[in-house]
Design a protein around this ligand. Structure first.
Ligand SMILES: [Zn+2]
Length: 337
C-alpha cells in the first residue's frame, strides 16, 4: 500500500518550523490521535506527512531526526512497514468505505513492531460520504499509539465532524525569497524562476513540476493560438490540433487560471499585479466586446471541460479542447457584420 519511491521524504524548508513543533508535541507525549494537514496542493504536505510517519516509526529518532538505520527506518524505506498504511484513491479517484473499514480493523490490531502505527489518508477529500462516516467512528474512539494523518488540498470540503476531531495544521505558501532559493538549488534555468513562481502562484513544487512539463513553452503556444483564433486566422479545430501537441490538461488549466486571474483583477481594478501580462490586451478587448458576463460563461465552460478531462470518464481530448476553443472564438466580435 505504500509507494516506496516516496521514501526517504524530506520536509521542505518552509515547513520545518511547523514540523519541529509537531515533533515537540510527540516528544512531550502530547500528540493527538489525528492530524489534518490542510492547504493548497504542491506545498509539501505529503513529504511532511511521510517524514513524520517515518519519525514516529523510527526506533531511535531524536529531536525530529530519524536514525535511518533501525528496523523501523529500513521497513519504512522498503515500503513494507507493517505498521504504516498509506491510503490513496486508485483509479476511481475515490476512497471507498471498504478501504476505511479495513483500515479501522487494522488500526485495532496490535502494532507488529511494538511501537506506533501510522495511517496517512491522501487526499482526505477523496473519501466518499460512507468512507468519511466510517473514519469518523475511528476518530471518535481513538486507538492508543495509532496516529491518523489526513492530507487535504481542500480541508473545507471535509465533514466538519472530522475536522473538529483532528489537530489542524495549516500549510501555507513560503515567502518569495524562500521559494526562489528553493528553486535556485534545483533549476539551472535561473531566468525562468520568477515567471514559474508567478504562474504557479508562489508554490515552488508546482513551479518545479511545470518546469518539468515544459509549461512555459506550452504557455507561449497557447498565447499564439488564442490570438490567432480570436483574430480569425485559425479555426477552432485547427487550433485544437496545434494545442494537442502539448498536454491538453495543462493547456486547459492554464486557460482556466488565466481567465480566473483576469476576472479577479477586473473586479478589483488592479492591473499592476497581473502575472499573465502577455494576454491582458486580448482580455481587455474581449471585455470591451462581450463584457464580464461573456467571460464568466467562457470561464465556467473551461472549468467544466478541464474537470471532465481530469475525470475517470476518459473523454475525447481533441473534442474537449475544440469545444473550449469554439466558446473562446465566440467571444470575438462578429466579423460578418
Ligand atoms: Zn530509525
Amino acid at each position: 500500500m505504500q509507494d516506496v519511491s516516496e521514501f526517504p521524504a524530506e520536509v521542505v524548508p518552509w515547513l520545518k518550523q511547523q514540523f519541529q513543533s509537531i515533533v515537540e508535541q510527540a516528544e512531550n507525549n502530547r500528540l493527538p490521535h489525528a492530524l489534518l494537514l490542510g492547504g493548497e496542493s504542491h506545498l509539501g504536505k505529503t513529504s511532511f506527512a511521510l517524514t513524520f510517519a517515518n519519525y514516529l516509526l523510527c526506533k531511535h529518532s531524536e529531536q525530529g531526526q530519524i536514525c535511518g538505520n533501525c528496523k523501523g527506518c529500513h521497513l519504512t524505506r522498503a515500503g513494507n512497514h507493517p505498521d504504516l498504511k498509506l491510503i490513496e484513491p486508485v483509479e476511481s479517484r475515490i476512497i471507498v468505505v471498504n478501504t476505511i473499514r479495513e483500515l479501522v480493523h487494522w488500526a485495532n490490531q496490535t502494532a507488529q513492531q511494538g511501537g506506533n502505527k501510522v495511517v496517512i489518508i491522501k487526499p482526505a477529500e477523496a473519501m466518499n460520504v460512507a468512507a468519511a462516516n466510517a473514519l469518523l467512528k475511528c476518530l471518535e474512539e481513538p486507538v492508543s499509539n495509532t496516529v491518523i494523518i489526513l492530507v487535504s488540498d481542500r480541508p473545507g470540503s471535509l465533514l466538519a465532524t472530522i475536522r473538529s476531531r483532528c489537530q489542524r495544521i495549516l500549510i501555507g505558501n513560503p515567502n518569495r525569497q524562500q521559494a526562489e532559493s528553493y528553486l535556485l538549488e534545483r533549476l539551472s534555468a535561473v531566468e525562468d524562476i520568477p515567471l514559474l513562481l508567478d504562474i504557479s502562484r508562489g508554490r515552488p513544487l508546482k513551479a518545479l513540476e511545470m518546469h518539468g512539463l515544459g509549461t512555459l513553452e506550452q504557455r507561449k503556444l497557447l498565447h499564439r493560438v488564442l490570438q490567432k483564433l480570436w483574430s480569425g486566422d485559425l479555426l477552432a479545430h485547427e487550433a485544437a490540433k496545434q494545442l494537442l501537441q502539448s498536454d491538453p490538461e495543462q493547456i486547459l488549466e492554464m486557460l482556466y487560471l488565466w481567465l480566473a486571474e483576469m476576472i479577479k483583477h477586473t473586479q478589483i481594478k488592479d492591473f499592476n499585479s497581473i502575472k499573465n501580462k502577455e494576454l491582458s490586451d486580448l482580455f481587455n478587448q474581449i471585455c470591451k466586446v462581450k463584457g464580464l458576463t461573456g467571460i464568466y460563461r467562457c470561464y465556467d465552460h473551461v472549468f467544466e471541460q478541464w474537470t471532465a478531462l481530469l475525470s475517470a470518464s476518459n473523454p475525447n481530448k481533441q473534442l474537449v479542447v475544440e469545444n473550449v476553443l469554439v466558446k473562446f472564438a465566440a467571444l470575438a466580435p462578429d466579423r460578418l457584420n
